[in-house]
Ligand binder design. Structure first.
Ligand code: SF4
Length: 444
């Protein structure tokens, strides 16, 4: 995942970047960082942890300047280490350049090998640094020309923010896998992974950056430049299924609306099923369950109490504490559950181990029957575009039939949403507009 946020022409740039990153915190909790442009000098602060652990007022006061870019990291490639925290800041023949990256470059290893053979020295093990080394070797007159020359050499998924003194550039890969949105707040331009961060920072969303397009924010203006033709718009459909905040807008509709409709379509596909209540695995499952309830007339009930304090601070140092993780996160509400046939909705089923624990805890609390309904199709293939799915062998739907998965998780019934319904609820057409490769095993 990862989240990126940038803002220009604002005396509170680093503070607004903090607000933006804080709003995007659900996209990554491993590290956070901001680079600000203080009259042509790029100032840098990164740290491991949540946004409010990495920054305080004193740090934000030091990050002076009228422009800033920020990043929160969820590691996919590169180890969990401070040297991989972003934005990366490099001083090279291009001058000072900072980069914040969301995505995964599938040809990073080959490019890195060839750059190292030609003398490049990498500071981090993350794939994001490759573009800066490429840019240092194949230069154009301006940074945007340099990027236009080098971005087409990258394969995979990316939304980038680059900063040099006086300029911020946002760029999105030719497929548009990872999100990048442009907004405005007074005279300031904002670039963000999600619209929710633009709104919370007091701005208004203008539009998505198109696949293969870059936007150059300089001198109070925004210029657009195409560096690659649009191949086929293939946004990651997991933005709607799981990653994005419900108040963000993706492909012309809020994520909340898409999830509600997904729940309703799931109810239509399962209209033969009878149950006492429908409930969702918090948080995303709740909206699906509400949509399901309205369509099916089966009452919605909250079956779990979610503990909101188990974030990354809840470490799992040994087997004893690990045993309690599921119960600590989700505690069943006994009176709601006892003696009931429950339709339980979750966004996806990856390894099956979490669902198994959840079903067991509902059964222990006295549920009569658990009908597990998944708001997406079976995940049969890994993601190569920056989403942290396990390898093929760990994906339960790649190994077992639906009935065997049902037995593994201990549910009485197991149902998945069809791909057609998922794509249509998200606002797309079959096999268009969205990447669905982890459900089909077909990659572009
Ligand atoms: S493979 Fe799946 S997780 Fe990866 S970008 Fe495509 S839809 Fe998203």
């Amino acid at each position: 995942m990862c989240g990126i946020f940038g803002i220009t022409d604002n005396s509170d740039a680093s503070k607004l970047a903090y607000v933006g990153l804080f709003t995007l915190q659900h996209r990554g909790q491993e590290s956070a960082g901001i680079v600000s442009d203080s009259g042509g000098i790029l100032l840098h602060h990164v740290g491991m942890g949540l946004v409010n652990e990495v920054f305080n007022n004193d740090v934000l006061e030091i990050l002076k300047g009228r422009s800033a870019i920020g990043h929160i990291r969820y590691s996919t490639t590169g180890s969990s280490h401070i040297k991989n925290a972003q934005p990366l800041l490099l001083n090279s023949c291009l001058g000072a350049v900072a980069v914040a990256h969301n995505g995964n470059l599938t040809n990073a290893d080959q490019l890195k090998d060839s750059l190292q053979k030609n003398g490049a020295i990498f500071q981090s093990s993350s794939d994001s640094e490759v573009i800066l080394h490429l840019a240092a070797r194949y230069r154009g007159r301006r940074l945007e020309d340099t990027l236009a020359k080098n971005l087409p050499k990258l394969a995979g998924a990316y939304a980038f923010l680059f900063m040099t003194p006086g300029k911020i550039i946002g760029a999105r890969d030719p497929y548009g896998y990872r999100p990048l949105v442009l907004g405005k707040k007074g005279r300031s331009f904002i670039l963000s992974s999600e619209t929710c961060a633009i709104e919370v920072a007091g701005g208004k969303t203008i539009r998505e950056i198109e696949p293969g397009e870059m936007v150059i924010l300089e001198g109070g203006k925004a210029r657009f430049k195409r560096f690659a033709p649009v191949k086929q718009f293939t946004r990651c459909i997991f933005e709607q299924v799981y990653f994005a905040r419900p108040d963000s807008e993706v492909a012309g509709r809020t994520v909340q609306t898409a999830r509600y409709e997904i729940g309703a379509l799931l109810a239509k596909e399962l209209k033969h099923i009878k149950a006492d209540i429908v409930s969702g695995v918090p948080d995303s499952g709740t909206v699906y369950a509400l949509g399901f309830s309205e369509e099916s007339w089966i009452p919605y009930q909250t079956a779990f109490m979610r503990n909101h304090y188990t974030g990354r601070s809840f470490i799992q140092p040994d087997q004893c504490l690990r045993e309690f993780t599921a119960q600590l996160k989700l505690a069943p509400i006994r009176d709601v559950i006892k003696g009931k046939t429950i339709i339980l909705i979750d966004d996806s089923l990856v390894r099956g181990t979490t669902s198994r624990k959840i079903v067991a805890s509902l059964k222990r609390a006295g549920a009569k029957k658990i009908i597990m309904a998944i708001a997406s199709p079976p995940i049969i293939s890994p993601c190569y575009f920056g989403i942290d799915t396990p390898n093929r062998e760990e994906l339960i739907a790649n190994k077992l039939s639906i009935d065997k998965i049902r037995r593994f998780i201990g549910a009485d019934e197991l149902h998945y949403l069809s791909l057609e319904s998922l794509v249509s609820a998200c606002g797309g057409h079959k096999d268009r507009n969205f990447c669905v490769s982890c459900f089909t095993g077909k990659y572009f």
